[in-house]
Write a protein that binds this ligand. Structure first.
Ligand SMILES: Cc1ncc(COP(=O)(O)O)c(C=O)c1O
Length: 385
């Protein structure tokens, strides 16, 4: 929750913008890296969650690596000073020029998502006169028990190579001369709040690794992806996700012959440190009696509610009213789906009041667009206030 002092200062600024609590980000990173060190785990930050320069500079100072989903994300990481040997790159549709760039930069590992892609990387590596370290992203067919829009490890989805295909094509994969298949990679989805899913994931990984090793794979590391969720309902109750619990579970259940274990966390690192600060433009009541608050942000600043039906807690940080009312909070974009939340209870809210849309540090700014020629939102950092 923003202090009165911070809220007063934010109120002076032109909205909408993202407010980043860099102190909370640092405390999150201290917890994460401290807990990971207990088991020797390697952490990559999934830069797709937020590539704000100050956010990634803070993350870099904690010695964390980077997980990328495009050539430009690889470029962003390297230009921000991350060691290419700490950069991994996954993605179902890597363009040739993106692969070429990653190969030239000598990144730690390219995680492959189809057999055809492996052949393309092999050819590009041959042209560059290099042998490239790759991981096989296996689709383990696990239900991560999260919002269906953000699950990535079920059999029918586009991510990874089916386990059956990896087994059937093991010798073809291993024959690719310019690939060094050192890694096995899985990422089953995002916003995982059910910790039992990690047990299921470990059981599957144990079986997959054992089997693929018997088919000739010589994995040197196991990357179990990211996915740890945050508490969107009540961020104040849990500002730092329970990394300790995930690591304990993985440490007790993952049996991969002592191979180094990597994680790729995005949301759990940056989700809670960012809030979208927006001003109420207008009040209006529909003919059906719905009370709308029209705010100066929209799906162009934060698309998660409209794209996935995702929930963000919204608070009025300036109203002094002791009376409440029910409101539907809508944005400025020319789309009927541009609704942040419906029928929420807020203190009586008037034009000019400031609302904060909480837990917006992940997949907020990084998904912002310029639809309707909106300006991209700016950023305000806690140490500037
Ligand atoms: C391959 C991969 N790794 C890691 C992540 C990060 O996931 P999260 O932000 O849920 O930790 C994603 C997110 O889409 C991903 O696709």
């Amino acid at each position: 929750m923003l202090s009165r002092q911070v809220a007063d200062k934010l109120q002076q600024k032109e909205t909408p913008f993202y407010f980043y609590d860099l102190g909370l980000l640092e405390r999150t990173l201290e917890t994460l890296t401290g807990e990971a060190a207990k088991y020797g785990y390697t952490i990559h930050y999934a830069i797709k969650a937020n590539c704000d320069p100050r956010v990634i500079e803070t993350i870099r100072r904690y010695g964390v690596g980077i997980d990328c989903a495009s050539g430009n994300e690889v470029r962003c990481a390297i230009e921000a000073g991350f060691d290419p040997q700490k950069v991994v790159y996954a993605g179902v549709g890597k363009r040739d020029k993106e692969i070429r760039y990653a190969v030239e930069q000598g990144i730690f590992c390219i995680n492959c998502e189809s057999l055809e892609e492996m052949h393309v990387i092999d050819r590009i590596a041959a042209e560059a006169g290099r042998k490239v370290t790759v991981g096989v992203r296996v689709n383990p067919d696990i239900d991560p028990k999260t919002n269906h829009c953000i699950d990535t490890g079920q059999a029918d989805c586009k991510f990874g190579i089916s386990y059956e295909e990896v087994q059937a094509k093991a010798s073809e994969i291993l024959s690719l001369e310019h690939l060094d298949v050192k890694g096995i990679h899985l990422h089953i989805g995002s916003q995982i709040r059910n910790f039992g899913v990690y047990n299921e994931l470990c059981d599957k990984v144990n079986a997959i690794v054992e089997n693929l090793v018997s088919l000739g794979f010589k994995f040197e590391f196991v990357d179990v992806g990211g996915g740890l969720g945050i508490n969107y309902d009540c961020p104040e109750a849990e500002p730092i996700p329970d990394f300790a619990r995930v690591f304990e579970l993985v440490n007790s259940n993952l049996k991969v012959g002592g191979r180094p274990v990597h994680f790729e966390f995005g949301r759990s690192i940056v989700g809670e440190c960012g809030e979208l600060i927006t001003r109420v433009l207008y009040n209006k009541t529909t003919a059906t009696g719905r009370k709308l608050l029209i705010i100066d942000a929209s799906m162009t600043e934060l698309i998660r509610p409209m794209l996935y039906g995702a929930y963000h807690n919204i608070e009025n940080i300036t109203s002094a009213s002791e009376q409440n009312d029910k409101y539907t909070v809508v944005g400025t974009a020319c789309e009927s789906t541009d609704v942040f939340d419906e029928n929420i209870t807020l203190p009586i809210t008037r034009r000019g009041d400031i609302l904060t849309v909480k837990s917006a540090g992940a997949y907020g700014m990084s998904m912002a667009s310029r639809y309707n020629q909106h300006d991209l939102p700016g950023a305000v950092y806690s140490d500037e206030l």
